[in-house]
Design a protein around this ligand. Structure first.
Ligand SMILES: [Zn+2]
Length: 148
């Protein structure tokens, strides 16, 4: 996101708001270099988010990764249904208080969503994500799921 005044590429987000029935996010930004303020309209599918990985590294958000993740975990969805779900998730991510989101928060969103649509997929994803190696851990996930 380049500053329209000085073309510097880093800015702070001062305020985020949904526009166009949630399809666009309006952001008030402040350039880190010249300190001038400007407004951006960001569409879903063209978003600038960063992901903080478990080891602390910050990488660009990659929609394709989420797509692959749903593809692997949730066989009963077709690609159209999958992209609708990911659109919804991206809206939530865009409204995060920060543009840097810990990967575990994204995984949580994925798990919440899977829980709703496909319990078996939820358990499959949880098993992979939580790196379950012992049968007791697996049982824990299943009993947690039953409690909710
Ligand atoms: Zn500037």
């Amino acid at each position: 996101m380049l500053c329209p005044y000085c073309a510097f590429d880093e800015s702070n987000v001062l305020e985020s708001r949904d526009a166009n029935e949630g399809k666009t996010t309006r952001r008030r930004r402040e350039c880190l270099k010249c300190k001038k303020r400007f407004t951006t309209y960001e569409e879903v599918g063209n978003i600038e988010l960063k992901v903080i990985k478990k080891d602390g590294r910050v990488v660009d958000y990659d929609r394709a990764k989420l797509e692959r993740c749903f593809e692997k975990a949730c066989w009963k969805l077709n690609s159209e249904e999958r992209s609708k779900i990911i659109d919804e998730m991206e809206m939530k991510l865009l409204n995060w208080e920060s543009v840097e989101i810990p990967s575990k928060e994204i995984a949580k969103l994925v798990m919440e969503k899977l829980k709703e649509i496909d319990p078996v997929a939820y358990i499959r994803f949880a098993t992979i994500y939580l790196d379950v190696r012992k049968i007791e851990d697996f049982e824990k996930i299943i009993s947690n799921f039953k409690k909710n």
